[in-house]
Design a protein around this ligand. Structure first.
Ligand code: CTP
Length: 432
């Protein structure tokens, strides 16, 4: 626990947790517990509507502090005035934030205690929204979110998935552990400062003729999330992206490619200068033997395509001398651990993140779970939104990379013997 507290950036912080009305308010109870476990001091402020879902007494018991709701409570004001409370807070976290609260904050309202505190405090504001998917998608809400972001507020989620109503979509409150992970990433020390991280993401397209191609269902979300998470940890991140419709994470340098061979060229041009390579792309294994110059016409019979195997980018990076720390992904439909371990060995990787694909899992889903396998063992990263999962993954990569560097630095002969390419990687890193 002590190590976690030191790393997560929440230890010792005075956090004001604002809870607004909505069925997701019950999750704020678990959040209070987790914030306290992470070492934060927590005071809870409920909106009037939140108190209809969960009683102030519950939060008082969990936080160990008096809970406030109204602006006009004389006894509470005498104990700690609302301006004092605004000054006390080093962070304000609102979870869940209703559409109404988001609107009132965007417009600077101060007609209840929580909105008044947000206006009166200089503390960084993190907002975890929870609302119906159409309310979240509505132009009015999106404009309010953009206004708040423009003022520096950070939005945690919303997540995608089942809500209270029999509907599913974007608008769900992140799970308390996801909120904690996101807050930790925002406020914790940065594990990859000064490191260069290269990420490949998305599918590749192999042209058949000018209008057709062979592709796959990768959305690129996981790789983009890894790029963002590495950036948040202070790395200089280059992202080689196949054809995807995703915005580039702020601060990340992106190169767009189409085919596996384009991707290989872009990756191999950058890998020798990178400290870490994460191959999250779903690289197409085959390409048509030749690309037809004109659109293929129906002939009334079967079309036979002759396919060539594409080069393996990950294995090529792992074979570089010197080489970066190499992390692969394994998308499997069965025997996940067995196949992933075989890929780790065959491609000579340092680490492999295995996940299940197919039937709403993996590729175009927003959530994922990962089995992380290295030669030292395996670890399961629990199911979470891809960004929350990417943050956990990047934290593990940073740890393992740092361990490897210090092993090499301490000059363990056995390490040198086992990892000749990595040892020279260290030499290169020093020379840079
Ligand atoms: N990969 C790669 N180049 C390829 C194929 C895959 O760099 N031509 C990388 C992927 O980016 C991923 C890892 O290898 O990090 C595993 O990809 P996956 O498609 O699961 O495995 P394959 O090697 O293609 O093996 P198979 O299709 O037989 O499962």
């Amino acid at each position: 626990m002590a190590q976690f507290e030191a790393r997560n950036g929440l230890a010792g912080l005075r956090v004001l947790l604002g809870v607004s009305g909505g069925i997701a308010a019950y999750k704020a109870c678990e959040l209070v517990r987790r914030l306290r476990d992470a070492g934060a001091e927590v005071r809870v402020v409920l909106t009037e509507n939140a108190a209809r879902f969960v009683t102030p007494l519950t939060f008082q018991a969990l936080s160990g502090q008096p809970v406030r709701s109204g602006l006009w409570d004389e006894a509470a004001e005498a104990a700690m005035g609302h301006l004092e409370l605004a000054h006390w807070a080093q962070r304000i976290v609102i979870a869940p934030a209703s559409a109404d609260l988001v609107a009132r904050l965007a417009h600077g309202f101060a007609d209840d205690l929580l909105s008044t505190l947000c206006l009166a405090s200089d503390a960084p504001l993190a907002i975890a929204p929870a609302m119906n998917l159409r309310m979240w998608a509505h132009a009015a809400t999106q404009a309010n979110v953009a206004t708040l972001r423009g003022r520096g507020a950070v939005f945690l989620g919303p997540g995608e998935g089942r809500m209270a109503e029999p509907e599913s979509g974007l608008g769900r409150l992140l799970e308390p552990h996801e909120i904690i992970a996101e807050l930790g990433a925002l406020h914790g020390p940065k594990a990859l400062t000064g490191k260069r991280v290269l990420v490949s993401a998305g599918p590749t397209y192999e042209d058949i003729d000018p209008v057709r191609f062979i592709g796959n269902r990768s959305s690129g979300r996981m790789g983009f999330a890894v790029a963002q998470a590495a950036m948040e940890q202070g790395a200089r991140v280059e992202l080689v992206a196949g054809p995807v419709h995703l915005p580039t994470p702020a601060g990340v340098a992106r190169v767009d490619v189409r085919s596996a061979r384009d991707m290989r060229e872009a990756v191999l041009a950058r890998a020798p200068h990178s400290d870490i390579y994460v191959g999250a792309a779903a690289v197409g294994d085959f390409r048509p033997h030749e690309v037809a110059a004109h659109k293929l016409k129906k002939t009334g019979g079967a079309l036979t395509l002759s396919l060539n195997e594409n080069p393996d980018i990950l294995a090529a990076v792992a074979a570089l001398k010197p080489r970066p720390y190499v992390v692969g992904f394994a998308a499997e439909t069965q025997n996940i651990e067995g196949y992933a371990r075989a890929k780790l060995e065959r491609k000579k990787l340092d680490l492999i993140a295995a996940n299940k694909v197919g039937e709403g899992e993996g590729f175009d889903a927003c959530q994922n779970e990962i089995l992380l396998i290295s030669r030292d063992g395996a670890e399961r990263l629990a199911r979470a939104d891809k960004l929350a999962l990417a943050r956990q993954l990047v934290a593990r990569i940073a740890e393992k990379y740092a361990n490897r560097e210090s092993e090499i630095g301490s000059g363990k002969a056995s390490v040198r013997k086992r990892l000749p390419a990595r040892a020279s990687g260290r030499t290169r890193a020093r020379a840079k």
